[in-house]
Design a protein around this ligand. Sequence first.
Ligand SMILES: NC(=O)c1ccc[n+]([C@@H]2O[C@H](COP(=O)([O-])OP(=O)(O)OC[C@H]3O[C@@H](n4cnc5c(N)ncnc54)[C@H](OP(=O)(O)O)[C@@H]3O)[C@@H](O)[C@H]2O)c1
Length: 291
Amino acid sequence: MILITGATGQLGQAIIASLREKGVSAANIAALVRDEKKANGLKGSGINIRVGNYDDTGSLVKAFHGVDKLMFISGSEIPKREQQHLNVVEAAKQADVKYIVYTSFMRKNEKPDSPIAAVAASHIVTEESLRKSGIPYSIMKNALYADMLPIFLGQQVLESGVHFPAGDGSAAYTLREDMAEAAAAILTEEGHANKEYDIASGDNHSFSDIADILSEVSGKNIVYGNLTKEQYVERATRAGLPSAYADVFAGFGEAIKLGEFATESGQLEEIIGRKPVSLKSYLKNIYQASN
Ligand SMILES: NC(=O)c1ccc[n+]([C@@H]2O[C@H](COP(=O)([O-])OP(=O)(O)OC[C@H]3O[C@@H](n4cnc5c(N)ncnc54)[C@H](OP(=O)(O)O)[C@@H]3O)[C@@H](O)[C@H]2O)c1
């Protein structure tokens, strides 16, 4: 039995779809949800629904009963995440889980001066707890989702241009669905135990490149305006983005500027056995359709 945590989320759903495409039967898949109402889409699929919350170790031990492989998707509540993740690893030990695949995050600077230190900290602690857990594990160091770009760019990007505080920094943006396919491969193939992978497209682009791609795709002249962190937060909150999000996105901009997410790693390509989807093809798909 393979249990996927975060099964109501976008990555979790995509991993379940990839596992099914690889021929794993619904009866051999379990989905962890914290709110049973959100599992409606899974009901009737034959997939086992288990209820549990990262805040509650007891609920997780119960949910992990009979699970051989745990697809552990990192949580989305950053301030509480470190303890939540330690709860998941502890529950996996108590439930005698045999293998854990964890979605961590790419980074180079692990020190507190990193602009994404708050996001990275819980991943660093979780990785360490997995290495010490005694349970065979695989760590996926996921790159920045290409799927985050439309959110970073804002709804008016084709009208008002690209504005982000990322300087000339490049990043290897990677499609969530490619990451899901990699997770399904790691879960179903031999030879991945106690390995750590950079899950990245290897396709590095700056925000100037992104503006060029958007120009080509939309037929408009889209220009990149590099902003300071403060200018970005001011602009984004004026456009209606909650300030907590604007601050986090600005931190990602700073990290991109410093090259935190730039990599030419070909490990994702090796795992999925094909070239990951390019950023150009992803952006074309999104912006040509909406144009
Ligand atoms: N690499 C990147 O660029 C990037 C970008 C964004 C996020 N991430 C990370 O990758 C993860 C997966 O991405 P995603 O796009 O699938 O995110 P998502 O759609 O927000 O899904 C997050 C999942 O985690 C579940 N969850 C959150 N807190 C939980 C808790 N206390 N107990 C049990 N389940 C909990 C959510 O359940 P509910 O449906 O009940 O909320 C949801 O199913 C995120 O959670 C985040 O850690 C990475």
